[in-house]
Design a protein around this ligand. Structure first.
Ligand SMILES: Nc1ncnc2c1ncn2[C@@H]1O[C@H](COP(=O)(O)OP(=O)(O)O)[C@@H](O)[C@H]1O
Ligand SMILES: [Mg+2]
Length: 510
């Protein structure tokens, strides 16, 4: 076997309240993909940030191409041929693709020939089938396209060791397939990659080797072919995980959420929702399937008071709620798990406990005779931290210091806890590890058993099939069909998502 291109020995990284990495070893071989698997907070990003020059290890050694190296800055790392795509992208919105790609390059001449840069980007983007226009502005691009830019940036810089930090968390299933293809192409040219994820299926599909981290420690090294998702899940979580949720047959009640002929425009003033009619009953979970960008975002926004409708009716508990403001809608019993959780979901400068209690501070038992009880807020927070296994040093820690996955858990815990009869959940398990995903799914089922009407938007068909009672498919702002999930299959849903009905292609709006 060849020598590792990257080797880390005994890496320890401490933060004030936590040991993020505890004597971790890692080996990456040329032309191979190493999956780094672990739950939120296991120490995956920290370990790779050490190689990328963002963090300095407290102990341990790094070897690249067999030579001991000191990495003191991102520049050192780049010069050694290492490139990392971070969990939260680091692109400048107001600059073009090409400008972002050359930004920070060590040898930019005083005058840049942008035509040449554009040409080179077009070449690379064709070679790797990473389609993106070098002259577009970042703000014009979807998340999937922004990720292509991040990857092109590394290729442009000649990186030979690529580190991708949870790259599929923001992608559609089709986009992650595309990413897998790009990775295979790069490894066939002798480049190597570390692929960070918490999804076992991706480990199986993408990698040659897998290393599992748990609470900062390396728990196992396996050849991917010689393991399976069940074993990996168990190693990662440290216990057996249920993959199938038990869903009881249940009675549904009155219609709680009732949409008739709802129409809305997108930010550019084009039709985004066209005569959407649907009903969700108490105790029912309605799944929404569709390729991102087919009206899901606008549907959530009109239901939570963030976007006006231009026609139709929205009744919640029998009351007309169209075009009411978000607070009126919350008071009507609607909880919302937003897709963009970091930006919309938490107050970063507030404590974890404060964030958890945010929605119930007007109600008893937190308030007694008009007075807020800090003790009770902490108690409530402790209970939720425990239930959702939120990884925080203390309930008083500022939310912004938590990892992305743990910030998500705060929002989920709060919204589920405060739910008053209707739950709008946009991609609730996106970015969560298996343990947390399992928990959130079972919580939604439990909530519906208590009579909550739930709208569940997800890109994970498996999730929709196991959790939802019915699945509606959105395509170009219309409902293609609503199917009972017990009778639906993924192929049928996939065709509807592509706008195909009974062998015909749906006529889109012109
Ligand atoms: N910059 C930081 N300051 C303080 N603590 C941090 C920092 N970065 C990570 N941590 C902590 O280190 C631990 C590991 O985090 P991280 O490496 O982000 O995990 P993962 O990427 O596996 O989710 C967590 O407990 C996290 O809160
Ligand atoms: Mg991470």
């Amino acid at each position: 076997m060849s020598h590792p291109i990257l080797e880390m020995k005994g890496i320890t990284k401490r933060f004030p309240n936590v040991v993020a990495n505890d004597r971790v070893d890692l080996e990456l071989y040329p032309g191979e993909v190493l999956a780094l698997l672990g739950e939120n907070g296991a120490g995956k990003s920290s370990l790779m940030n050490v190689v990328a020059g963002l963090y300095r290890a407290d102990e341990g050694e790094i070897f690249i191409r067999g030579k001991r190296v000191e990495i003191n800055s991102p520049r050192d790392s780049m010069n050694l041929g290492v490139g990392m795509v971070h969990q939260n992208f680091m692109l400048v919105d107001t600059m073009t693709v090409a400008e972002n790609i050359i930004l920070g390059l060590p040898d930019i001449p005083f005058r840049v020939d942008m035509e040449k840069v554009n040409e080179r980007i077009r070449e690379l983007s064709e070679k790797y089938n990473l389609q993106v226009d070098p002259e577009s502005y970042i703000w014009q691009l979807s998340v999937g396209e922004q990720q292509r830019v991040e990857i092109l940036k590394l290729i442009y810089r000649g990186a030979e060791i690529l580190i991708l930090d949870e790259p599929t968390a923001v992608l559609t299933p089709q986009e992650s397939k595309e990413l897998n293809r790009v990775l295979q192409q790069m490894t066939s040219e002798g480049k190597s990659a570390v692929f960070i994820t918490h999804k076992m299926e991706e480990v199986m599909a993408f990698s040659n080797w897998v290393r599992v981290l748990n609470k900062g420690r390396l728990v196992t090294v396996k050849e991917t072919q010689k393991t399976n998702p069940k074993e990996l899940a168990q190693l990662m979580v440290g216990r057996d995980v249920l993959f199938r949720l038990a869903k009881k047959e249940r009675q549904t009640g009155d219609v709680i959420l009732d949409l008739k002929d709802v129409q809305a425009l997108d930010d550019k003033g084009l039709p985004a929702l066209q005569s959407i009619s649907l009903q969700i009953r108490a105790g029912e979970i309605m799944g929404v399937a569709g390729v991102a960008g087919n009206g899901q975002k606008q549907l959530v926004e009109v239901l939570t008071g963030l976007r006006k409708i231009t026609g139709g009716q929205i009744r919640i508990f029998g009351e007309e709620m169209a075009n009411k403001n978000p607070l009126e809608i919350i008071n009507c019993g609607v909880s919302h798990i937003p897709a963009d959780r970091i930006a919309r979901g938490v107050a970063g400068d507030m404590s974890v406990a404060g964030n958890l209690a945010m929605k119930c501070y007007r109600k008893p038992p937190l308030v007694k005779r008009g007075i807020l009880h800090p003790r009770r807020i902490i108690d409530l927070a402790k209970r939720m931290i425990d239930m959702f296994r939120i990884d925080t040093p203390t309930p008083q820690t500022h939310a912004k210091f938590l990892s992305g996955g743990n910030i998500q858990k705060i929002i989920l815990a709060r919204e589920i806890d405060a739910c008053g009869g209707v739950l709008i959940a946009a991609y609730p398990s996106r970015g969560l590890d298996v343990g947390a995903t399992e928990y959130i799914r079972s919580q939604m089922i439990e909530q519906s058993e208590c009579g909550t009407a739930i709208l569940l938007i997800s890109e994970d068909l498996e999730e929709l099939m196991t959790v939802a009672d019915k699945i509606m498919v959105l395509y170009e702002g219309r409902i293609m069909d609503i199917l009972a999930s017990s009778e639906a299959n993924t192929e049928q849903i996939g065709l509807l998502m592509a706008g195909v009905t009974e062998g015909k292609t749906a006529v889109g709006h012109a």
